[in-house]
Design a protein. Structure first.
Ligand SMILES: Cc1cc2nc3c(=O)[nH]c(=O)nc-3n(C[C@H](O)[C@H](O)[C@H](O)COP(=O)(O)OP(=O)(O)OC[C@H]3O[C@@H](n4cnc5c(N)ncnc54)[C@H](O)[C@@H]3O)c2cc1C
Length: 392
């Protein structure tokens, strides 16, 4: 069977690409339904983009690589598309846009766009092998236990990363890259809860607090959440993408920076109150009890000198914690690393050394922050490849 373009993976990027790649497109996926990650994303409401998306929100060895695709198909283009399909949405926080109704609306929209473009979709279909003769690809597919050979002028790898193997993530994109001698930046889990070998936070499980957190990257001002195994919550997930094993994360529990002044005025007004009671007005009581032991503070606030209060505020403003691991691909929202962008055209997502082979979405070494950025990368990179294929 002959097709113009074979797209492997009917996730966010693959479906977007199929809608724009012109005639003769076949999309295959080993799953039973397309867009499974879209369906479960954003608690079932899909945080489909971010109002403030810009290249700085993406992690890559080449921070310039994502610019062209993001400019060619921006959050405003996707918001227009969602509007055309009459999908109602709202901003939750920090520019994060969610469907009012259901993430399934986004899948229905992408399916409709694929149908409009005449793209075919084969589900429960996996790739057995891929060969290239210099001008054409031959893919051996297995569909319903049947071997089917497909030839195509273009192959687009849109098989995602390694995150959540239970949902069908296989890392196939990296294997195909390796087959064609394209380097891959070592994949690792991103947007992932961090863990500690001891159970120091067990008694705090379920406690949340606002904080400013960083690892080896920018500050993130969002909530942290203590879990049985360690730390989660949006600020920790964000920082996890910049964290390396063995390094500390820095948690600022005094993000407004005014705790010292607040404590001094409390000392004047409520001197007889216990320091932990006073701190409990600013932080969850269970966390204060934990910190009281770790930082060895006690007594009435009236008993604390300026220096003691300064020491406590400094410790709370840079609470350094060294996780011993992460929850790994089992729960990671994304996979960092991926196909080295040096080997791809930033305009088309095509492999420079293999004409006709494209990589889009999460399998490329471009990873977004939490907050709709990863889907935006899927839409932008899928669109870039689709446009290039249509024009070829
Ligand atoms: C729980 C969760 C919630 C998330 N929420 C958000 C959110 O709200 N906003 C946001 O921006 N991002 C979110 N993300 C991240 C986002 O889902 C991904 O970045 C995005 O789906 C990547 O798109 P993709 O098309 O590259 O890969 P995917 O969407 O993962 O699609 C890859 C497709 O390839 C198929 N496939 C894989 N291997 C093979 C194979 N060997 N043969 C055939 N087919 C194969 C898979 O079945 C899948 O359909 C979330 C991720 C998770 C896990």
């Amino acid at each position: 069977m002959k097709y113009e373009t074979l797209i492997i993976g009917a996730g966010a990027a693959g479906m977007m690409c199929a809608a724009h790649a012109g005639p003769g497109v076949l999309v295959v996926d080993h799953a039973k339904t397309p867009g499974e990650k879209i369906r479960i994303s954003g608690g079932g409401r899909c945080n489909f983009t971010n109002l403030y998306a810009e290249p700085n929100n993406f992690i890559s060895q080449n921070k310039h690589f994502c610019k062209s695709a993001l400019a060619g198909y921006s959050q405003w283009d996707f918001i227009d598309l969602v509007g055309k399909h009459r999908i109602e949405w709202h901003e939750k926080t920090l520019g994060q846009l969610f469907c009012d109704n259901s993430a399934k609306d986004i899948i229905t929209m992408l399916r409709a766009e694929m149908d409009r473009a005449g793209a075919q979709l084969w589900l429960r279909t996996s790739l057995n092998s891929l060969h290239y003769d210099g001008t054409h690809f031959t893919a051996e597919l297995i569909k319903d236990s049947e071997n089917i050979a497909i030839t195509a002028r273009q192959v687009v790898m849109a098989a995602g990363g390694k995150s959540i193997p239970k949902m069908g993530a296989t890392g196939l994109g990296y294997q195909i890259a390796a087959q064609f001698d394209l380097p891959v930046i070592t994949p690792r889990p991103g947007l992932v809860p961090l863990t500690f070998a001891d159970d120091r936070f067990k008694s705090l499980a379920g406690t949340a607090a606002p904080a400013r957190v960083h690892a080896d990257g920018p500050d993130f001002d969002e909530a942290i959440l203590f879990t049985h195994r360690g730390l989660s919550g949006p600020a920790i997930l964000q920082a996890s993408s910049y964290w390396d094993l063995g390094a500390p994360i820095h948690v600022n529990l005094n993000p407004a920076g005014d705790l010292f002044d607040q404590l001094k005025s409390q000392r004047s007004d409520n001197g007889r109150k216990d320091l932990t009671t006073i701190l409990g007005q600013y932080l969850p009581a269970r966390l204060v009890a934990h910190l009281g032991q770790e930082l060895a503070f006690s007594g009435n606030i009236a008993d604390q000198s300026d220096d003691q209060l300064r020491r406590i505020c400094a410790a709370l403003s840079d609470w350094q914690l060294t996780p011993t691991g992460s929850e790994g691909y089992r729960t990671a929202e994304v996979t960092l690393g991926g196909v080295d962008t040096d080997t791809l055209s930033s305009k088309t997502m095509g492999a420079k050394s293999v004409p006709g082979l494209y990589f889009i979405g999460e399998c490329v070494d471009v990873t977004g922050w939490l907050g709709g950025y990863n889907f935006q990368w899927a839409w932008s990179s899928g669109y870039a490849a689709g446009q290039a294929i249509k024009a070829s």
